[in-house]
Design a protein around this ligand. Structure first.
Ligand SMILES: [Zn+2]
Length: 225
């Protein structure tokens, strides 16, 4: 098939902008970027950026998160995860990518791995919310490799959010599998997830990575409950 001339592509884009003007992904107001100044300001004010060092009872060294899991942020993440609003990955990624302090930390790592979801869940949802964000971070960071074929979720479990805190550890036992040991040997790893509650999910994944040769792990989440 012949490729379209540049002028025609430009014209198509212009028509598309008139028919579907770009709107703020959060409030829907007409806007020329992915979000409007008001929403941006509001979210940046809510961002707390915390880094917690973990003790030896965990298989990862640090946990970094952007928000408390409450109010508008909680709604936003729930929409992102359960209401088909996959496009919100752009907002979360941008907050991470544009933050110099976060990037300064992330550039010390070799690979970024999104916490996997079960293939059945991915088919139902259409996407893995952590994959979308991890991919964007890797794109923005030189020398950071995106790896989504290292960990696999082999058991279909009930969502962690539906369980009591004490049941969550049990729910993630033996549900993940390492499928590519070579890729993680001696590597410094960023493990990306959306929400951190008890740390059971992150710890189950980190345990597999550490026991198979990973050097260091930081867990990065959008929010902490
Ligand atoms: Zn807005």
């Amino acid at each position: 098939m012949k490729t379209l001339p540049k002028a025609l592509i430009f014209l198509c884009k212009e028509i598309e902008n008139i028919l579907f003007p770009p709107c703020c992904l959060l409030c829907g107001k007409l806007n020329c970027s992915i979000w409007c100044e008001e929403c941006k300001k509001e979210l940046y004010e809510k961002a707390i950026l915390k880094i917690e060092k973990k003790d030896s009872s965990y298989y990862f060294e640090k946990h970094m998160y952007l928000f408390r899991y409450e109010g508008k942020i909680r709604n936003l993440i729930l929409n992102y995860k359960f209401k088909d609003k996959s496009y919100l990955y752009q907002i979360f990624s941008e907050i991470i990518i544009k933050n110099e302090k976060i990037c300064g930390i992330l550039k010390k790592y070799d690979i970024i791995i999104p916490v996997p979801i079960h293939s059945k869940r991915k088919r139902q949802r259409g996407y893995n919310q952590s994959e979308l964000i991890a991919k964007q971070i890797a794109k923005a960071q030189q020398n950071l490799h995106y790896e989504n074929k290292v960990l696999q979720k082999i058991k279909y479990t009930v969502p962690q959010s539906s369980l009591k805190k004490e049941q969550r550890k049990q729910n993630v036992q033996n549900v993940y599998k390492l499928i590519n040991q070579e890729k993680i040997k001696n590597k410094k790893i960023i493990l990306l997830d959306d929400i951190y509650t008890t740390g059971s999910t992150a710890n189950a994944c980190a345990k597999l990575l550490k026991e198979n040769g990973a050097k260091e792990i930081i867990v990065v989440t959008i929010a902490k409950d």
